[in-house]
Ligand binder design. Structure first.
Ligand code: FES
Ligand code: FES
Length: 163
C-alpha cells in the first residue's frame, strides 16, 4: 500500500505523519490523531457528522483523503474550547438551548455553525437553516439547533462589541 508523509496543522499543532494514499481524512483524524470528536454517520457525504474546518471552509472529512490535507490548517471540535476548558460560545449555546439529544451530530453541527458565523455573523433563521442544510440530525427536529446558533451569534456579537 503506497504511503506518503504529510504535514499539516490540527487545532494549532503541527502534525507530521505517514499515511496510506487511500486513508480518508476522518479516519486519519480519529485513528491516527485520536481526535474522535468528528463522527462517521454515513461515510457517503450525506450527514455532516464528520464536518471539520479546513483552510476557512467546512469540509466533510469522510469525503477527502488525508493526503489532500497536506499543508492545511484544520480545526476540529476538540479545538473549539479554550485551553482552560472555557467552552466556545457555540458549545455553550448548544448546551443552554438544548441543541442536542444523543449528541451524535453535534460536533459536525458546531463546526458547520462556526464557519457559518464566520461568514455571516448575524444570520437570519432562514440563513441558519440553509447554512446547516448539509448536516442531518435524527433527534432534535432542528428547532433548538437553529436557536443555539442564533444564540451563539448574539453572544459572539456582544463579546466582540465589548472587546
Ligand atoms: S460521515 Fe461524512 S457526511 Fe456522513
Ligand atoms: S442530537 Fe442525535 S443526531 Fe442530532
Amino acid at each position: 500500500m503506497a504511503k506518503r508523509l504529510i504535514s499539516l496543522t490540527v487545532n494549532g499543532k503541527a502534525v507530521q505523519r505517514e499515511v496510506a494514499d487511500r486513508t480518508l481524512l476522518i479516519h486519519f483524524l480519529r485513528e491516527d490523531l485520536r481526535l474522535t470528536g468528528a463522527h462517521i454517520g454515513c461515510d457517503t457525504t450525506h450527514c455532516g457528522a464528520c464536518t471539520v474546518d479546513m483552510n476557512g471552509k467546512s469540509v466533510k472529512s469522510c469525503t477527502m483523503f488525508a493526503v489532500q490535507a497536506e499543508g492545511a490548517q484544520i480545526r476540529t471540535i476538540e479545538g473549539m474550547a479554550q485551553a482552560d476548558g472555557t467552552l466556545h460560545p457555540l458549545q455553550e449555546s448548544f448546551r443552554q438551548e438544548h441543541g442536542l439529544q444523543c449528541g451524535f451530530c453535534t460536533p459536525g453541527m458546531i463546526m458547520r455553525g462556526y464557519r457559518l458565523l464566520q461568514e455571516n455573523p448575524d444570520p437570519t433563521d432562514e440563513q441558519i437553516r440553509m447554512g446547516l442544510s448539509g448536516n442531518l440530525c435524527r433527534c432534535t427536529g432542528y428547532q433548538n439547533i437553529v436557536k443555539a446558533v442564533r444564540h451563539a451569534a448574539e453572544k459572539m456579537q456582544i463579546k466582540e462589541a465589548a472587546e
